[in-house]
Design a protein around this ligand. Structure first.
Ligand SMILES: Cc1ncc(COP(=O)(O)O)c(C=O)c1O
Length: 413
């Protein structure tokens, strides 16, 4: 750690930090173009969809409720680790309606966004010697939180139908041979990040059967499910007969990321260990009351159906533009939902050069290696279109096509 110039004797924390902090790396964010003209980088909702006026009204109404500005309602100490009972009841009703089976409010824990739920699950269930199976390209913070427990994270092959179950079986058996304890499978089952894949119904059934066979936990990350058709496939949580599925979800991709209100759903018995490792006094009670009222007034279903139409239009623009301007150097599976394009790059193209050209032209995208700890992954780029206007999507992809051709003509010259 560099000390500030002239600050003689400034405190250097590097020798005093815990072993966990020493072992960890700071979060990695890749380099951005100096001026971003086409921002396909971060996965974000369309800002025009944020229900700001509604949130203002709900905030004004809920702040007047008794105890709204306290840690919890008087005597409701369980709410400090599980979250506001009103919100848990509304969410349980919503999940029960959506999935066609009852969800117990005591099997829901409210957290600071689903990433927090993911880290709590990891802390409550994983330790050194455990094996965690993830899609070969996945949510990078997932890998990070799992590895922080000392568990070994094993990538499993992935195609347009999601995680491949024959490869999962191979990986489980291999982990066992290596003396690891196969413990948890993490899947972003619907509109997967970064590929957009939807885990097929047949594979969902196989996954649950394998979880029984090998005594595994299944962690379904559900944050993109509401973004397109494909939502008619049942969630793993709703198919679970034995209580070994956890589902993390949040309002980040539907209402607004800044809410930082998410949840983990499962059975009360399976959720309880999370309360043992949780070390805070809960998410903002006021925001939780706002979201409880938002659900109770029935806004969520309506809002989601509007989002589906908006994101379908953006995908339509991106599908066509990629075919028109970037073929044959880029190939991709058309996503049926969500915001993401997983662009497979032709081996005939000098991709570092294309990346440099994209930087010059102000195109921000995410390099594929950010989504994987698998050295065998082929080169990919991840394009996020959720927050981009359809005309800008088309113009940005046209510019990407120009960058590819410019590099191609330079290398032929
Ligand atoms: C797959 C996946 N899971 C979880 C998260 C975190 O979401 P939240 O804002 O709910 O913590 C993200 C955010 O990008 C994500 O892509």
């Amino acid at each position: 750690m560099t000390k500030q110039a002239g600050n003689v004797g400034a405190f250097d924390p590097s020798e005093l930090v815990s072993a966990a902090a020493k072992a960890g790396d700071p979060p990695y964010f890749h380099r951005q173009p100096p001026t971003v003209t086409f921002d396909f980088d971060q996965g974000l909702p369309d800002a025009a969809t944020y229900p700001a006026d509604l949130l203002v009204r709900l905030a004004a109404e809920t702040v007047m409720e008794p105890y709204a500005l306290e840690y919890s309602s008087r005597g409701e100490y369980m709410d400090l680790s599980y979250g506001n009972r009103g919100l848990r009841e509304e969410l349980a009703a919503y999940l029960s309606r959506r999935d066609g089976r009852p969800q117990d409010p005591d099997g829901i824990m409210i957290v600071h966004g689903s990433a927090h739920g993911l880290s709590l699950l990891a802390k409550a269930y994983l330790e050194a010697g455990d094996a965690v199976f993830v899609e070969a390209a996945t949510f990078p913070f997932g890998i990070r939180y799992f590895e922080a427990t000392g568990a070994t994270v094993i990538p499993v092959a992935l195609d347009s139908d999601g995680m491949q179950m024959d490869d999962l079986r191979k990986c489980i058996l291999m982990a066992r041979e290596e003396g690891l304890r196969p413990k948890l499978v993490y899947v972003i089952a619907t509109h997967q990040l970064p590929t957009g894949a939807v885990l097929s119904l047949a594979r969902r059934k196989e996954l649950l059967a394998m979880a029984e066979e090998f005594d595994l936990i299944v962690h379904e990350d559900n944050v993109y499910r509401e973004h397109g058709p494909g939502h008619e496939i049942p969630t793993l949580l709703s198919m679970d007969k034995s209580g070994r599925v956890f589902q993390t979800d949040s309002f980040a991709k539907t209402v607004a990321p800044a809410m930082r209100i998410g949840w983990v759903a499962g059975t009360p018995e399976a959720i309880m260990p999370l309360s043992k490792v949780r070390q805070d006094l809960g998410a903002s009670m006021w925001l939780q009351r706002i979201m409880a009222k938002y659900l109770a007034e029935g806004h969520h279903e309506q809002h989601i159906s509007e989002l589906r139409a908006i994101y379908a239009e953006k995908r339509k623009a991106a599908n066509q533009a990629l075919r028109d301007y970037c073929s044959p150097e880029i190939t991709f599976d058309e996503p049926v939902g969500g915001w993401y394009y997983w662009l497979k790059l032709s081996e005939d193209v000098d991709w570092p050069e294309v990346q440099a050209e994209c930087m010059r032209r102000g195109i921000a995208m995410r390099p594929g290696e950010m989504f994987s700890n698998d050295p065998d992954q082929k080169p990919h780029m991840r394009l996020a279109v959720g927050h981009v206007e359809p005309e800008v999507i088309v113009e940005g992809i046209r510019t990407l096509g120009e960058a590819i051709r410019q590099v191609g003509s330079r290398s032929r010259a």
